[in-house]
Ligand binder design. Structure first.
Ligand SMILES: C[S@@+](CC[C@H](N)C(=O)[O-])C[C@H]1O[C@@H](n2cnc3c(N)ncnc32)[C@H](O)[C@@H]1O
Length: 277
């Protein structure tokens, strides 16, 4: 399966692992079960799976607003394209100052258009918020960020997602995973990709022992089918939670994955998927 890249960039996105993760989903599940993804982020797994019925959720309101706005035609691929052309021109003239002007505007009054502008012009395409919930990622330092080719690429990514949102019965929720999983039962297939514990942390992306414990209790006691992404080990240490919580109860598959740090140094990690079937 060729994996297509959705428009929103986020740390921890599963673009390189999506094909592997999707290979664990039996095709009859896609037709017979309602898919739920409580940590949707960029949505690369679920949007490529393309289920007829689904619930996509995230605690980050800006991500969910973006998908809902596409669903309600508040933004369309063309609206985004025209916005990026005009804002890209201003960025070209004013440089970093303009990026920070948009960032301030977004933090006062968040909108999906400013969100995609910041997401695609920020350093390393990460989404990070300070203690007050303000977006605080610096500029990528490229005044020409929104070249014609780059805008076309973003347009195509949004267009692909837009048609999937329009042609399926998808619900988007800005809720904590505990709320979302309350709704799940044996008729659901749930893909879980929480922040990796002790690895990323910010206002919308906190993840601690209690979260890990709550998630574990939910997947142990509720009857839905799930696939959970996690990690097994890297060069320095093993993931203690994998053994503490999951090994005794579920099936675990692992795979070595290489990734690039700061554009040059290659590192590896053993990724894991945990499942109950
Ligand atoms: C590792 S990312 C998911 C990446 C996604 N699978 C992808 O490929 O793009 C984790 C996501 O969980 C969300 N999140 C963090 N804490 C959450 C919570 N308590 N409930 C729901 N979502 C949460 C974050 O906002 C983030 O989008």
């Amino acid at each position: 399966m060729k994996i297509l890249t959705p428009p929103i960039k986020i740390q921890g996105k599963k673009s390189k692992l999506a094909e592997w993760i999707l290979s664990f989903i039996p095709s009859d599940f896609v037709n017979n079960k309602i898919y739920i993804e409580p940590f949707v982020g960029s949505g690369v797994v679920g949007f490529n799976l393309n289920p007829k019925k689904a619930i996509f959720a995230d605690i980050n309101p800006h991500i969910i607003r973006f998908y809902k706005d596409l669903q309600k035609d508040i933004i369309t691929p063309n609206i985004v394209k025209n916005f990026l052309i005009s804002e890209g021109e201003k960025l070209k003239i004013k440089g970093a100052d303009y990026y920070y002007e948009v960032r301030e505007r977004f933090n006062k009054e968040p909108s999906s258009l400013d969100f995609i502008f910041l997401n695609r012009a920020s350093f390393n395409g990460v989404i990070r918020f300070n203690k007050r919930g303000n977006f605080n990622v610096p500029f990528c330092k490229n005044k020409d960020r929104f070249s014609k080719a780059y805008i076309t690429k973003i347009y195509n990514q949004i267009n692909w997602l837009y048609f999937r949102i329009k042609n399926n019965d998808w619900i988007f929720l800005n809720e904590d995973f505990r709320e979302v999983l309350k709704k799940a039962d044996k008729n659901n297939l749930v893909y879980l990709d929480p922040p990796y514990i002790a690895r990323h942390c910010d206002y919308f992306n906190k993840w601690n022992d209690k979260d890990e414990q709550d998630l574990f209790n939910l997947i142990l006691t509720k009857k839905f089918y799930f696939i959970l992404s996690s990690w097994q080990k890297n060069s320095y240490r093993e993931n203690p939670y994998l053994f503490k919580y999951f090994e005794k109860n579920f099936k675990i598959h692992t795979r070595k994955h290489f990734y690039i740090v700061k554009g040059k140094k290659e590192k590896s990690i053993y990724e894991a998927v945990i499942m109950n079937r």
